[in-house]
Ligand binder design. Structure first.
Ligand code: VG1
Ligand code: CO
Length: 541
């Protein structure tokens, strides 16, 4: 096997964001762009040499080409074994599981998650470490630093590999194994959940629709829901992964899941509507006539997890990202377990899970997961819901309303302003930050400010410190507004405004109407419309 060393030069902008490096497909297709970043990963993770690497992606445009390139580079960099999903497919949680089961040194996951795909869409590369989780900031920072000094990369001159056939192939010293992407993951789900009870639920006439959004979860959901759990054929829709996701945003929210949402609010709604995103780590849960906000879903799952065999022993603790609502905090208080508040992005949960300090984690952005892997997991959340429904034999709306009746309701919404001029968005945040010291004690509308800061986090396990993780303005009433710039977009800047207001008794208010006074305060203090010229958010979730 011949290994070539190819001279290259640093390419600016190879800084991983909230979840890996995301760029337009055409940027990744530019000469050396992918290779530089992948070589930087190999240079910063010497444990890959001689070790096992898990490799796969969500099947979007450029997935297979990138996999062929990474295989040649793995051979050129002395990796011992690469385990790759058939046809290059692996959902993010399934990749995390394989890394753990195989005791691999790490994994490379190719995805831009909920971002659109296709030749004009987005692509992404994420490096996961041996615990199965996204590389922590100190690793992603080292990779970025490496990209700025890179001078060459190594590639074995070998032909493309057949990714459609299961089995092993040798590329010089490297062994490549093509595996069924679903098998190990399905076995893991079987260990965690009461499949018999869920099978009985479907047998009793329970109806469900799972929208795979033409993304990676199709094959997983078909195998598990329809083949193993006996849901009728056709329960899973848009089940074939397409390189352009059928032209849609594979983002499971009220805007991009319009057909499912319409069905769930119609006269013939099934008992459960669910969906997942491009790479299978997010989930949407919708009951007949009632959307379950992700922050509420996290709280509900924490309160009911003991009904599933995998969690029958109880939870060690829970964790949520800072902008996620405090609904789960109330459940933790009742259970007498700790609740951690981390910055946005799954990489901050890894240490808590590894240290056995938390069992369940979640984010307001439709991500929920547990210590079974080190990523959020869309289908896992759906199966936990099914397990709870199978045991409680109550409808989704009934379970949610009982929860609110017991704990009160954290009304919650996120307003996104997308593709803003980056300069304007950064100035908005900078000026807002400058105003913070003067805010405490000030009256805004009906509210009095009690907290105004830029969230910083010290990891309780390794002491690492992360600053500028979102501006929080908290009020005496317990309501709050959070502002942060997205770290996953590829066009201009996206401003996210997170709104939350707790109400102990009135649980039937309309969310947007209930939060309207907070929206007005957010405008008063941040001048979003005035500065951006927008009349309102692009996406409300
Ligand atoms: C968004 C979400 C965040 C999530 C991240 C990755 O990040 O807000 O909660 O962890 O996407 O999710 P940001 O920086 O754009 O707000 V996924 O499913 O896109 O990997
Ligand atoms: Co995702």
């Amino acid at each position: 096997m011949q290994v070539t060393t190819i001279p290259t030069r640093p390419i600016p902008g190879q800084k991983p964001g909230t979840s890996g490096l995301r760029k337009k497909v055409r940027v990744f297709q530019e000469p050396h762009f992918l290779e530089n970043f992948v070589q930087a990963i190999f240079d910063c993770a010497p444990e890959l040499a001689g070790g096992t690497l898990v490799l796969g992606g969500d099947g979007r445009w450029f997935n297979e080409r990138a996999i062929q390139t990474i295989l040649k580079m793995a051979a050129g960099n002395g990796v011992g074994r690469v385990v790759v999903g058939r046809n290059g497919l692996l959902s993010t949680p399934a990749a995390s599981n394989l890394i753990r089961e195989l005791k691999a040194a790490g994994g490379i996951i190719l995805s831009a998650s909920h971002n659109p795909g296709g030749p004009e869409g987005d692509f992404g590369v994420k490096f996961n470490i041996a615990n199965g989780g996204p590389a922590p900031e100190k690793v992603t920072e080292a990779i970025h630093a490496r990209t700025q000094g890179i001078t060459e990369y190594r590639r074995a001159e070998v032909p493309d590999l057949d990714l459609a056939t299961l089995g092993e192939t040798r590329l010089g010293e490297l062994t490549v194994e093509v595996v069924d992407p679903v098998e190990a993951y399905a076995r893991l789900m079987q260990r965690l959940f009461d499949f018999d009870a869920i099978r009985d639920l479907f047998r009793s006439g329970f109806r469900m629709r799972f929208d795979a959004m033409s993304a990676v979860t199709g094959p997983y959901a078909k195998r598990i829901l329809e083949d193993m759990l006996g849901a009728p054929e056709g329960t899973v829709v848009n089940a074939t992964p397409l390189p352009d996701f059928g032209g849609h945003h594979p983002d499971p929210n009220l805007v991009h899941c319009a057909a499912l949402v319409a069905l769930m609010n119609g006269p013939d709604a099934p008992d459960l509507g669910a969906a997942s995103d491009g790479d299978g780590d997010r989930n949407l849960i919708h009951g007949p006539g009632l959307f379950v906000a992700p922050s509420d879903s996290l709280a509900l799952l924490a309160a009911n997890a003991h009904l599933a065999p995998g969690y029958a022993g109880g939870l060690k603790g829970v964790a949520r990202s800072m902008p996620t609502s405090a609904a789960v905090d109330r459940v933790a208080a009742k259970l007498g377990i700790p609740c951690f508040e981390t910055p946005t992005g799954w990489k901050f949960f890894g240490n808590l899970l590894d240290a056995g300090m938390a069992t369940l984690c979640g984010e307001e952005s439709a991500g929920t997961g547990s210590d079974h892997v080190r990523e959020k997991d869309g289908l896992w959340a759906v199966l936990l819901w099914l397990n709870v429904l199978a045991k409680r034999r109550q409808s989704v709306p009934e379970i949610v309303r009982r929860h609110w009746a017991e704990f009160g309701r954290n009304y919650y919404s996120r307003h996104d302003y997308e593709a803003l001029d980056a300069g304007i968005a950064q100035a908005l945040v900078r000026d807002l930050r400058a105003k913070l010291p003067a805010l405490p004690g000030r009256r805004l509308g009906e509210e009095t400010v009690t907290l105004a800061d830029d969230f910083a986090y010290r990891d309780p396990v390794d002491g690492s410190f992360s600053e500028h993780q979102g501006i929080r303005i908290g009020f005496r009433s317990g309501a709050r507004v959070v502002f942060r710039l997205s770290g996953t977009g590829t066009e201009g800047a996206t401003l996210r405004v997170y709104l939350e207001r707790y109400e102990p008794v009135r649980i039937d208010e309309d969310t947007q109407a209930f939060l309207a006074p907070l929206v007005a305060l957010a405008e008063e203090v941040a001048e979003i419309k005035k500065r951006t010229g927008r009349t309102g958010p692009d996406v409300i979730t």
